[in-house]
Design a protein around this ligand. Sequence first.
Ligand SMILES: *Cc1c(COP(=O)(O)O)cnc(C)c1O
Length: 454
Amino acid sequence: MENSQFDPLIATDIAHHMHPFTDYGQMKKEGTRIITHAEGHYIYDSKGNRILDGMAGLWCVNVGYGRKELIDAAMEQLHKLPYYNTFFKTSNEPAAQLSERLTDIAPDGMNHVFYANSGSEANDTIVRMVRHFWALEGKPQKRIMISREYGYHGSTMVAASMGGMSGMHEQACRLPDFSHIRPPYGFLYQGNMDEKTFADVSAGWLEERIQELGADNVAAFIAEPIQGAGGVIISPAGYFDRIQDICRRHDILFVADEVITGYGRTGQWFASQTYNLKPDLMATAKGLTSGYQPMSAVLVGDRVAERLIDDCGEFYHGFTYSGHPVAAAVALANLNLIESEGMIERVRTDTGPYLNQAIQRLADHPMVGEVRSLGLLAAVELVESREGPKHFANQGDAGCVVRDHAIARGLMVRAVRDGMILSPPLTFTRADIDEVIRILGDALDDALKTLHLA
Ligand SMILES: *Cc1c(COP(=O)(O)O)cnc(C)c1O
């Protein structure tokens, strides 16, 4: 029995379950971690470990685990109407109500919603809408989507092509009409530039690309306000002002992928409000339901919505579960809870600024090259030596070492290349943040020994 060193459930899982974003060789050797239950800010595994969830699941459990309001909303809706489709002019109560609620909290000028089940599908929907929009405008040659390296927009063929993850491109090949520019990643590219100069230079990469491709061929620029899976890359002040100006001057639609940054994470409902963005389209998912149900929502700005609604005839696009009544009911309960408990205000005025201070405690560690945060998103960049700084030769190894030490010490964090990433529930307290920083500091000390740097 090859897997007899594992518990029966883990052996079964390894034998039959192909996990997403998983190195299968490593999985067979090391087994999987089975999460059995969760409460508040803690997850529990089948070995009896209690782990503080510094990642809110996968950037999504904004209200924490075990929230009765969301569970009751799902139960009630399951009894009343567990499913019906929203095709062909049909709707349901929660989907209609959620649409009004979302357009109330969205940036001004966004008054329509299209539902899907995941961030990837939201972004596929956006590409469909953008191309259809330009066709209806009489400019069908405007097809190219410009996005950024290290951008993450999901894992369907379109979303992976639009994302800037080279590993994904290598495995799946890239669809045509997607073009990638450098992100405003100060830790790698800022050098000696001051912040304003770096904002100008990095936004300029978009203008250069538009000129290379010809504005007549470019449909839209899509960006996460903060690049999440790419390593919590926070742009320099002024970057998005320049970006939006460039998009306007070349008549290119501006799309915000707010799948992570939406629903309170940066201390506003949307990071578009934090950064004063006026997107033509916005992808949202994750925190929409706090992960209690799969659901995504594309917020559609008036320019695109009016064109599609006035001229379109049928829009040949949608999913069996678009506007799913149970997911919509959970989303409504989730938004109500975020509001009634003042979570966004707390992130903006209390825990967000507190995390920004607390993470400075790690800034002088011999393995840390930079710390940064905004709202409840944070990154700690690891270096082999602070002189230079000298980066690790085998990118990603050190990040995994620190991550594994942190998990062993009871903190779930994620490694992106050699950066440690945090995205905790919005309900995190100052004490939770202190605990995260303490464990991460200990894990860094552990890693110094493991990596023979001390
Ligand atoms: C997670 C994510 C997606 C993809 O969402 P899925 O639900 O996994 O398809 C898209 N964009 C961003 C910014 C994300 O973080």
